[in-house]
Design a protein around this ligand. Structure first.
Ligand SMILES: CC(C)(COP(=O)(O)OP(=O)(O)OC[C@H]1O[C@@H](n2cnc3c(N)ncnc32)[C@H](O)[C@@H]1OP(=O)(O)O)[C@@H](O)C(=O)NCCC(=O)NCCS
Length: 225
């Protein structure tokens, strides 16, 4: 397990967080042509996973329509002075507005020969806030490990297409929450197709999960006074 904690200043109150992991080679040229702008095809040649992961991270952070209904072509991703940025077109700007989001910031958490991991922080209009973030990544064990999940967490994982990946994501979430808050008792509540939450924490925390067949990632955020 890898865990890291960082702090940063946000332009406004935190609305939601999102993380996505995409295996290298998973985004076909055909999919990219269907969903990305011409500029992105050129900009991310050989790294098509980045704009794909960025879109999924933004969808999770912002909320609203899921990947099947979101206006993906209008969620243009760019490199701006060395940073990944979202340049929403009119249709996605409207989605953000409906959700009360004024900006969705992006960051590349990891690029390896096997995966890319991208995070997004969606903020609302209001005074700047200081946030503390923790990330945890976990490889997916070949066999079911005796992980510390409660009954509801285990049942939710068993209902998912890849229970071992869902279990690894929750173990990562527990580790990230422990690193962030010092609390090991929080548990993940994630009704299918809804934003997951960490319950049982004394302070408000935001959570996002993602997994591929061999790697799970959790992003947890809290606010500083
Ligand atoms: C959320 C979404 C980005 C997930 O993408 P994915 O590549 O299938 O899966 P990822 O590994 O990236 O993420 C999986 C995690 O996202 C989380 N998640 C699911 N729905 C979510 C939502 N609406 N918002 C934020 N997070 C969500 C879950 O915690 C899930 O992990 P779990 O199943 O172990 O609990 C994408 O499927 C989507 O937009 N879903 C919205 C709901 C929807 O339209 N579903 C249609 C299914 S046919």
């Amino acid at each position: 397990m890898t865990t890291a904690v960082t702090e940063l200043l946000l332009d406004g109150p935190l609305h939601g967080v999102g993380v996505d992991v995409v295996s290298r080679g998973r985004v076909s040229a055909r999919l990219a042509r269907a969903k990305f702008s011409e500029a992105e095809l050129e900009r991310f040649r050989g790294r098509r996973e980045l704009p794909f992961a960025a879109r999924e991270a933004v969808l999770k952070a912002v909320g609203g329509p899921g990947i099947l209904r979101a206006p993906l072509r209008e969620m243009v991703v760019a490199w701006d002075r060395g940073a990944l940025t979202l340049r929403p077109g009119e249709a996605y700007r409207q989605v953000m507005q409906r959700e009360g989001v004024t900006a969705a910031r992006l960051a590349v958490l990891a690029i390896s020969p096997a995966h890319v991991v991208v995070t997004s922080l969606a903020t609302r209009a209001g005074p700047p806030v200081r946030a503390r973030l923790a990330y945890a990544t976990r490889g997916i064990p070949v066999a079911d490990a005796d992980d510390d999940l409660d009954e509801r967490e285990r049942a939710e994982c068993e209902s998912r297409p890849d229970p071992r990946a869902s279990i690894a994501a929750r173990v990562a979430a527990h580790a990230a929450c422990l690193a962030l808050t010092g609390d090991a008792s929080a548990r993940v509540h994630a009704p299918r197709d809804q934003r997951p939450a960490l319950v049982g924490t004394p302070e408000r925390v935001w959570l996002s999960l993602a997994h591929e067949r061999d790697l799970a990632v959790a992003l947890v955020a809290t606010l500083l006074p």
